[in-house]
Design a protein around this ligand. Structure first.
Ligand SMILES: Cc1cc2nc3c(=O)[nH]c(=O)nc-3n(C[C@H](O)[C@H](O)[C@H](O)COP(=O)(O)OP(=O)(O)OC[C@H]3O[C@@H](n4cnc5c(N)ncnc54)[C@H](O)[C@@H]3O)c2cc1C
Length: 236
């Protein structure tokens, strides 16, 4: 996925990426989690669980973010951003305020929800809260048995509760999810109940990779995985 373009390309095609949405409301759920409501013409946008929109965060830089809620009639949508402070995207989003205008693309990408599987398991971190929030109503409506696991910084550990998420377990972000032996001991693997579940793994690339490896060894389930960020890498 392209996260930056040369300036000459931006000059040439800049018009198609001109601001198309406006900031309607901003709020901080914690010092690191910012929710923004945008307004724009989203009538032709397709919203699927797992899809992401590209946000133009500078003249030449673009970053992926998940629309967590939308209302086509009111022409509004929301995104939950992790303000981690390490990158141009995070810093730009932190500055956004009422009436600011920016470019956000229609959502596209990989779907992560498989309706026909009874048991659904979801793993992620701060960057995954938006997709988890969008997924919850579907899991409830379609009577799934479901479980969320989140690895979160201490300052964000009560965010799932504040967002009204259900059936979640939070873990400290202390690299445990890099350790395959530690992952193998999670309660998830202590029964065969989850053996044929649908597994969606998101968030940090290294955590996703280690978790995926254990799931492949220990279950028959269908695994969807997409890393959302990687240490030292700009944009994914
Ligand atoms: C499909 C998809 C959906 C996504 N949805 C969301 C979403 O809804 N909300 C959201 O907040 N993010 C989401 N992300 C993740 C987001 O695109 C990345 O975190 C992105 O790297 C942020 O850009 P940046 O400019 O702030 O940092 P970059 O310039 O990309 O990176 C600079 C440095 O910051 C580090 N970094 C990047 N992200 C994080 C982080 N989360 N925590 C700590 N360090 C980090 C990098 O490792 C790098 O060292 C999604 C990513 C994908 C691929």
């Amino acid at each position: 996925m392209i996260s930056s373009i040369p300036k000459w390309v931006s000059n040439l095609f800049g018009n198609t990426m001109r601001p198309n949405v406006k900031v309607l409301e901003t709020s901080y759920i914690s010092s690191q989690i910012k929710k923004i409501r945008f307004q724009g013409d989203i009538s032709k946008w397709s919203f699927q669980i797992g899809y992401a929109s590209v946000v133009r965060v500078s003249e030449t830089e673009f970053r992926n973010y998940t629309v967590t809620f939308h209302d086509k009639e009111k022409e509004i949508f929301e995104i939950i951003f992790h303000i981690h402070g390490n990158g141009v995207g995070s810093r730009y989003i932190d500055t956004l305020k009422l009436n600011d205008k920016l470019f956000i693309s229609p959502p596209r990408g990989k779907k992560l929800y498989e309706k026909n599987v009874k048991r659904q398991f979801f793993f992620g971190d701060e960057t995954s809260l938006g997709v988890a929030f969008a997924l919850l109503p579907l899991l409830k409506k379609n009577n799934h048995q479901f479980q969320f696991y989140f690895e979160l910084e201490e300052v964000n550990k009560n965010i799932p509760e504040l967002l009204g998420l259900e059936n979640y377990t939070t873990f400290p972000k202390n690299n445990s999810f890099r350790n395959e032996k530690w992952i193998s001991n999670l309660s998830l693997f202590q029964t065969d109940e989850w053996d044929t579940a649908n597994f969606a793994l998101t968030g940090n690339v290294k955590s996703v990779q280690a978790f995926r490896k254990v799931l492949k060894d220990k279950t028959q389930g269908n695994i969807y995985s997409q890393g959302y960020w990687l240490e030292g890498k700009k944009g994914l």
